[in-house]
Design a protein around this ligand. Structure first.
Ligand SMILES: NCc1[nH]cc(CCC(=O)O)c1CC(=O)O
Length: 320
């Protein structure tokens, strides 16, 4: 194995998007590999790959991502680089990953999960419950929009994108009273402040796989598979098995109003799931408790139950 380890002459190439969060995730992956194998950072090369989703010309800042089409928006070019051999591994936010990988690629290494919760960001208010009727809130997430409108149909939701700094500026300019981001991203970038509060999952159930980083590789690359096994986090794997089975059975993607969270308590797994109509008027939620090895079955079962409760017309909007 040791002769197979990366060297300065033949570094392990880590593919990533160029956003600050993506780079932080790629550096975390590099540092965990370096520590696990006692290697210097110089045997890793971080390769930034521009994806369709990063192309500002194509994506006007005020155009909802769901209108542009999200299938592989942030992953296609990176997966092509893996398949062509231009990079050896690719680091992804699991929240943005489809449940199935392209032929020849494998996604079975997860880093320890960060905070799964959403953050409430506002210079003026402490939480959702404090918002007066009619308040304008900013988010580009279809899930957060639906969840907010479900609880608070009196709120007005406007499209809101950009990094934390951009959002804080917009909030200070009065474009909206508050916004939302994943705690995981803020923590991984070392951002915290008086304007940010974690929202309990009971109040806003997070997206499936929120806070989890996955590392993709070529299926046939045994050397890389062996290296990744050393940094793989099994508890995160068990939780994502339940959440992603739930998502797969619902046939959803990251831009459909679906929420899911699995938590471990010793050998038992607790899975919560929710589906909503985009306007938030209809919502179906449920949970399952079982043993840690049964996550995928629990996820499928919960999804089928919610689909049956929602009825055949519930997902009809997806076709239109
Ligand atoms: N869809 C964008 C995206 N993908 C992953 C994260 C945050 C990090 C994570 O959940 O792991 C974000 C931004 C956000 O929701 O604030």
């Amino acid at each position: 194995m040791h002769s197979d380890l990366p060297s300065p002459a033949q570094p392990l190439r880590i593919g990533t998007r160029g956003s600050p969060l993506a780079l932080a995730q790629a550096h975390e992956t590099r540092d965990r590999l370096a520590t696990a194998f006692g290697l210097p950072p110089t045997v890793f090369a971080i390769v930034v790959i521009k994806t369709t989703g990063d192309d500002r010309a194509m994506i006007a800042a005020d155009r909802p991502l769901k209108e542009i089409g999200n299938k592989g928006l942030f992953t296609k070019e990176i997966e092509e680089a893996l398949l062509s051999g231009a990079i050896d591994i690719a680091v992804h936010s699991m929240k943005d990953m489809p449940v199935l990988q392209p032929e020849g690629l494998m996604l079975d290494c997860y880093l320890p999960r960060e905070d799964v919760r959403d953050a409430f960001i506002s210079p003026g208010f402490g939480g959702i419950a404090d918002l007066p009727a009619g308040t304008v809130v900013g988010t580009s997430s279809l899930r957060r929009r639906a969840q907010l409108l479900h609880r608070r149909p009196d709120l007005q939701v406007v499209e809101f994108r950009g990094n934390l700094q951009t959002r804080l500026k917009k909030l200070e300019d009065g474009v909206a009273a508050c916004s939302f981001l994943a705690m995981a991203g803020l923590n991984r970038m070392g951002l915290s402040g008086p304007h940010m509060t974690a929202i309990p999952p009971e109040e806003m159930l997070p997206a499936v796989a929120q806070g989890a980083i996955g590392i993709e590789r070529r299926e046939a690359d045994a050397r890389v598979a062996e290296m990744l096994a050393a940094i793989h986090d099994a508890p995160t794997d068990r939780r994502l098995a339940a959440e992603r089975a739930f998502l797969a059975t619902l046939d959803g993607s990251c831009e459909t109003p679906i929420a899911g969270l699995a938590e471990l308590d010793g050998d038992s797994l607790h899975l919560r799931g929710q589906i909503l109509s985009p306007d938030g008027r209809r919502a179906f939620a449920g949970d399952r408790r079982g043993s840690v090895g049964d996550g995928a079955a629990m996820g499928r079962d919960l999804a089928r139950t919610l689909l049956a409760e929602a009825g055949p017309d519930f997902f009809a909007w997806k076709a239109g």
